[in-house]
Design a protein around this ligand. Sequence first.
Ligand code: SF4
Ligand code: SF4
Length: 308
Amino acid sequence: MKNKVSFDAKLEDNISDLVKKKGVTRRDFMKFCGIMATALGLEATCIPKIAEALVSGPRPPFIWLQFAECTGCTEAFLRSSSPFIDDLLLNKISLEYHETIMAPAGDAATLSLTDAVSTYAGKYIVIVEGAIPLADSGNFGKIGGRTMIDIAKEVCPQAKMMVSLGTCACYGGLPAAKGGLTGAECVHGALGGLNTIKMPGCPPNPVNFAALIVNYLMFSDFPKLDTLGRPIFAYGNTVHSQCPRLNTAWCLQNFGCRGPSTYHNCPTALYNDKTSWCVQADVPCKGCAQPGFWDAGSFFNYGGGYAG
Ligand code: SF4
Ligand code: SF4
């Protein structure tokens, strides 16, 4: 086959085993590796390394917490099929706790979290989805009888790294919008400035999140971050600077498009299995990945805008 990437025999065997087990084609697998290389800004020569990371190596422990949010970040990730992104990655990490997809419920679920934290203290990556209510001693948000802030204080500081997934976790998002009573704050703020990687977006793009995990599987490390803690590969440029409508009659700037002040790779990563994105669907960017969204970016509270 023209341009077929070839691997050594052992890696080729491992890929064959994996695709057979998953019921997908080698072509799908290679497509996924290619998408990851593009998202991370890596050369095509890195594809064998990506493939190797996906079929071999240890399964690092992850804990996924969900606080004040709509579960849209989880849904966006689990519903993506680009190709088998969720299935492949959830098999490559050891997901110790995730309320939406785990089998245990009630006390058994609480116990899984406690066990995971004590077993993997200092070694697990914690993904946090959602803001944290702080008003009334945190009583607006409880899971299993404990406040979200209590759970976060126990789990997050013991992680090797925290990833704030989605705008609510990164900046407060909708739960922290004006008029709210819960005193919701972003995870970083609620935990006194605890170090975190931020992957904002409402929802965050599953391709970017997958690329963050693949980068970790490949290098046991995270990609370069900007001054706000966002991976540069996904948030290094404005939507505007990558937009195909830039300097055309079809530009939506006069319709309130926030692309010029929003840092996100939507025009290149696209959403829904690389089908489309806001401007392609004739909807101005509302800046869902910027600090200050919802209040500053929402068309329902128009006029604020972002500092840039
Ligand atoms: S549509 Fe929006 S993002 Fe695209 S060029 Fe116009 S202002 Fe920029
Ligand atoms: S184009 Fe703007 S509103 Fe749409 S997903 Fe990207 S950052 Fe969010």
